[in-house]
Design a protein around this ligand. Structure first.
Ligand SMILES: NC(=O)C1=CN([C@@H]2O[C@H](COP(=O)(O)OP(=O)(O)OC[C@H]3O[C@@H](n4cnc5c(N)ncnc54)[C@H](OP(=O)(O)O)[C@@H]3O)[C@@H](O)[C@H]2O)C=CC1
Ligand SMILES: N[C@@H](CCC(=O)OP(=O)(O)O)C(=O)O
Length: 411
């Protein structure tokens, strides 16, 4: 492990200083090679899918894992999008001249070597590899065990492009020991690895946060809410709620709990209930909700579950303060929305709710690097430092101060 990480660290010196044109050209080659190798990737993915079916993995997990020609095409297009983004390295973020005539520039630089641990979703392998490469970083990738063959195939293709361009293949690698013990060793190697990004459920985040000797940017679960204010436009409510809950219930940015102002509840609940039932959504309701619609009575601990499924809690609240307090207590700092036409209520919600992404009159499903126009994402950071929300190429840089003098000494 240490030899491997040493090579990764060494290669970060080379990758960190590549010029924009060269990086973009290599990224475009990677995109083409993914398409050219479609058959090989699908064969590998087929092996993973066979095991997934034998193991009876949930349909959501199988859907994450599954690749077809279109999905490989989407992976290639995400890399092309990343290539088209403005250079993230070497940006002058700030600059000034001191009283002694020192010219100080604050300049963006790559972070170095980044370890990323993520779920069994093969597109994350190519997305994160491309984002790291464009931002001059070396990545050490550890996807979910169910995606091992797919990830090996994808990494091999990307590494072949690096080697064809006389670059070290260690710049994009899978962690050689992908067991939990391997991860435990990786997160102690602070001499070689600069950042760990855990993207996944509670057990992963807890284990990494408690044991890492390396700075961590958490990409935690999503317990996301939508609050329907008393001044919501009734015509917008159903489409937004159905999209947030039902478009892809297994995604971290999907809705778990709907909070409804008591004054608007009688006017919307019946219609909403019908639409949700058409989508086969299981509804769990608070006592007051049960006065309007048939639902499973909910219990307090339901508010802390990330269902990753087509299940929705509905709670009626007295006012916006109760809604915000509920979100602060049960939310995971991911994505939260208010539906309202009242400027004061919107401002209050957007300012007071402490989450990576706060929305007015839109679905929380938009929390995504691609949807934000970033090409792709490492994931959704639920940390406050050093990045928050969809993590793209600029978030994969840090900075240094370059100080230009002409002989000054400090008096
Ligand atoms: N914020 C964000 O950007 C995102 C968050 N998510 C969240 O991820 C979860 C869904 O993915 P799921 O497959 O369940 O994720 P898991 O957390 O089960 O697995 C993700 C990765 O973590 C590893 N892992 C899990 N537990 C541990 C542990 N205790 N110690 C070391 N490694 C561990 C897994 O390894 P192995 O497979 O080898 O066991 C896998 O590589 C949801 O909670 C979802 O909200 C998903 C996508 C994006
Ligand atoms: N940001 C991504 C969701 C990422 C995510 O949740 O992934 P996963 O849990 O693997 O389905 C999107 O909106 O498509």
């Amino acid at each position: 492990m240490r030899d491997f990480l040493q090579k990764a660290k060494q290669s970060s010196r080379i990758i960190g200083t590549l010029g924009t044109a060269m990086k973009n050209n290599i990224l475009l080659q990677m995109a083409d090679e993914l398409i050219n190798s479609t058959f090989m990737i699908l064969e590998a993915n087929n092996l993973d899918m066979q095991v997934a079916k034998e193991m009876n993995l949930s349909s959501a997990m199988q859907d994450r894992l599954f690749l077809n020609e279109k999905r490989i095409c989407d992976m290639a297009n995400a890399i092309r999008q990343i290539a088209s983004q403005t250079e993230p390295v070497g940006r002058i973020l700030d600059g000034w001249v001191t009283k002694d005539g020192l010219n100080i520039q604050k300049v963006s630089i790559p972070i170095g070597v980044i370890g990323i641990i993520y779920e069994s979703r093969p597109n994350v392998t190519s997305d994160t590899a491309a984002l790291c490469f464009k931002s001059g970083n070396v990545c050490v990738l550890k996807g979910g065990k169910e995606a091992e063959n797919s990830n090996q195939a994808i990494a091999k293709i990307l590494q072949a492009v690096l080697e064809k361009n006389s670059l070290p293949k260690e710049a994009i690698s899978l962690l050689p020991d992908s067991s939990r013990e391997g991860v435990a060793k990786l997160i102690k190697e602070d001499k070689f690895v600069d950042l760990i990004v855990p993207r996944g459920g509670e057990a992963l985040i807890r284990f990494i946060s408690e044991n890492s000797a390396i700075p961590v940017i958490k990409h935690d679960k999503g317990i996301c809410h939508t609050y329907i204010d008393e001044d919501a436009a009734i015509g917008k409510v159903t489409d937004i709620v159905i999209n947030a809950k039902c478009q892809r219930p297994s995604a971290c940015n999907s809705l778990e709990t709907l909070l409804i102002h008591q004054n608007i509840a009688p006017h919307i609940l019946n219609g909403l209930d019908e639409s949700l039932k058409e989508q086969n959504t299981t509804i769990k309701g608070c006592t007051e909700t049960l006065n309007y619609i048939k639902a499973i009575p909910l219990i307090e601990k339901d508010f802390d579950i990330e269902y990753l499924d087509n299940v929705l809690n509905i709670k009626i609240v007295k006012n916006i303060d109760e809604a915000i307090n509920h979100i602060q207590k049960h939310g995971s700092g991911h994505s939260e929305a208010i539906l309202s036409e009242n400027y004061t209520a919107i401002n209050k919600f957007l300012n007071e709710v402490d989450a990576a992404c706060v929305y007015a009159n839109a679905s929380t499903r938009f929390t995504d690097g691609g949807e934000f126009g970033l090409g792709a994402e490492v994931g959704i950071s639920t940390n406050k430092l050093h990045s928050r929300g969809p993590m793209g190429i600029n978030d994969l840089t840090t900075f240094k101060y370059k100080i230009y003098g002409n002989g000054q000494i400090r008096k």
